[in-house]
Design a protein around this ligand. Structure first.
Ligand SMILES: Cc1ncc(C[n+]2csc(CCOP(=O)(O)OP(=O)(O)O)c2C)c(N)n1
Length: 572
């Protein structure tokens, strides 16, 4: 039986296990929207295509599945670009389907034509323009395969209108044939042995984990390996949650995991940055030495031999010269390292590590993360700590970008992977709310909270109505400091306090805005109101916007100024 391109697309999506599409219609995808109701796939109608891309991204990060969004040609497609680039920078598996003008009109500047393949080529893992309906099934199969294998990432599939309408026999290919694309999964045993010998001799080793640990599902292996070798662990923003920040003792008391150093880098903890700066062996696992992590490269881990485990060979020695590269899946590499450690345990481990772990405890005692909640004004860090407390550390947290994001990384102790969704690589304001909606679609019964700034939340606030219409009870905690806070902080520190373009004295009344959208709005202006507002919000089965009026000029510390080494932190 012959099927149209539109029917073929949905047959393929069903075979890939897609159960939800985030989308927005238009002229060049009308055939797809006509077919959608027959597919049984849920459609979430967004209010802006950037929202669709971030929702697909949030869904993917929270569930580990491929997120899918569908938009029309021209402006629909270009509106997704920020979302595509966001996913690309953080290696998130996504398939973005864009409509395109009919093949015969491509290149004619037809109405709503844009070269979305050209525009997105630098920020996708691959982009396909499907010119022939006979290629469609193969392309969709490849798109999902590319999105989820190796180093994951977004793939764009551009579908001209006539290809959606053309008919052909439907056959879903059984096999993938992509010459030249063979991600290395198996870590090389020779390199593993070399690395382990170096680790065995290390006196001041540190494990530095990134988002690759999340993508490969290597958390249990990471914990096991760290504990059996007593190597302390730090993480990038993308890695948070892959190593449990806390442990709970038999009486139910939670404390920081003794091997957990906290995040490293620009707003990392003193102990993490000092440990890396003094390390003799640094083992990077699924992390890419981003400049927000390394600071001045020459001052980064200056005494350490560097071992780098990564599935992406192009990230090895890209920013920092690596001594022992291990190309492969992080989980596979850690499993092999565990086998090595079992076969050849480190002699006298407890004594060997005593001094190092003691030194780390000293650093923690000297400069813990701290702030003062005193007087009548709410401190933003107190709101984040209270969210941690009231949610019992069990929420899925998204953030916007800026101070809100860094305070969340510092004061919400992530204990589980896939619970902290944030735009790390691109730093996209407006990410958090749609990502929270995507996560809530994946986990309808979990508490999902977007921790937002009053600036960022306004970048995609239109999606509140998407949450309301679809019965998605996301919570938004706005840390309302009436500034573009993080930029203001830089102006304060490095530009003589000239606050140009960063004062948000005119913002909407967020409580009324929430109500206008059919959500619930609650405001807190005093510290004693913070917990009751959170408890109330978390008990309501609807989207809630909480407007926390916080100290306007609070800063995020520690901070490594741009161009400095990570050991040169501003502490207050
Ligand atoms: C789309 C976008 N535009 C601009 C920036 C630059 N930027 C980074 S942080 C920031 C301020 C964010 O302010 P707000 O959302 O109020 O959060 P706060 O820092 O106050 O917590 C800006 C403008 C960005 N990251 N993304």
């Amino acid at each position: 039986m012959k099927l149209t391109g539109a029917q073929i697309l949905f047959e393929c999506l069903k075979r890939e296990g897609v159960d939800v599409i985030f989308g927005f219609p238009g002229g060049s995808v009308l055939d797809l929207y006509h077919e959608m109701p027959n597919s049984g796939i849920r459609h979430i109608l967004v209010r802006h295509e950037q929202g669709a891309a971030h929702m697909a991204d949030g869904y993917a990060r929270a569930t580990g599945r491929v997120g899918v969004c569908l938009v029309t040609s021209g402006p629909g497609a270009t509106n997704t670009v920020t979302g595509v680039a966001t996913a690309y920078m953080d290696s998130v598996p996504m398939v973005v389907i864009t409509g395109q003008v009919p093949t015969a009109m491509i290149g004619d500047d037809a109405f709503q034509e844009v070269d979305i393949i050209g525009i997105t080529r630098p920020c996708t893992k691959h982009s396909y323009l499907v010119r022939d309906v006979n290629d469609l099934a193969r392309v969709i199969k490849e798109a999902f395969y590319l999105a989820r294998t190796g180093r994951p990432g977004p793939v764009v599939v551009d579908l001209p209108k006539d290809v959606q309408q053309a008919q052909t026999d439907f056959r879903y290919p059984k096999r993938i044939d992509l010459p030249g694309y063979h991600p290395t999964m198996e870590a090389h045993m020779g390199q593993i042995k070399r690395a382990y010998q170096v680790m065995k001799k290390a006196r001041h080793p540190v494990l530095y984990m990134g988002g690759g640990v999340v993508h490969s599902g290597a958390y249990e292996e990471l914990l096991r390996f760290a504990e059996m070798t007593q190597i302390p662990v730090t993480g990038t923003l993308m890695g948070l949650g892959s190593f449990p920040a806390t442990i709970t003792d038999s009486s139910g008391h939670k404390e920081l995991h003794p091997l957990w150093l906290g995040m490293l880098g620009m707003h990392g903890t003193y102990r993490a940055n000092m440990a890396v700066s003094h390390s003799d062996v640094l083992i990077a696992v699924g992390a890419r030495f981003d400049d927000r992590v390394t600071g001045k490269i020459s001052g980064f881990a200056p005494k350490a031999k560097i071992i780098h485990i990564d599935i992406d060979p192009t990230s090895i020695s890209k920013n920092v010269e690596v001594d022992i590269p291990i190309v492969g899946d992080c989980r596979n590499a850690l499993q092999k390292l565990i086998q090595m450690a079992e076969a050849e345990p480190i002699e006298g481990l407890t004594e060997l590590r005593a001094g190092w772990l003691n030194q780390i405890r000293e650093w923690q005692k000297t400069y813990p993360l701290t702030y003062q909640q005193e007087g009548d004004v709410i401190k933003p860090q107190y709101v984040v700590e209270s969210i941690y407390k009231v949610s019992n550390g069990e929420a899925i947290i998204t953030t916007e970008v800026g101070q809100n994001q860094m305070w969340t990384a510092q004061y919400y102790h992530f204990e589980h992977p896939r619970c902290f969704l944030t735009s790390g690589g691109l730093g996209t304001m407006g990410y958090g709310l749609p990502a929270a909606i995507g996560a809530q679609v994946g986990f309808p019964d979990r508490l999902v909270v977007d921790i937002a700034g009053d600036g960022s939340i306004q970048m995609n606030i239109q999606e509140v109505i998407t949450a309301v219409c679809n019965g998605l009870p996301v919570k938004v905690a706005i840390l309302n400091n009436r500034f573009l806070g993080m930029v203001r902080q830089w102006q304060e520190l490095f530009y003589d306090k000239r606050y140009c373009g960063t004062c948000l004295d005119a913002s909407p009344d967020f409580v009324k805005l929430a109500e206008a959208y059919g959500a619930v709005g609650i405001r807190a202006t005093k510290p004693e109101e913070v917990e009751p507002v959170l408890r109330e919000a978390f008990s309501i089965n609807k989207p809630v916007l909480m407007d926390f009026i916080v100290a306007p000029e609070e800063g995020v510390y520690p901070m490594v100024p741009a161009g400095k080494s990570i050991s040169e932190m501003l502490l207050v």
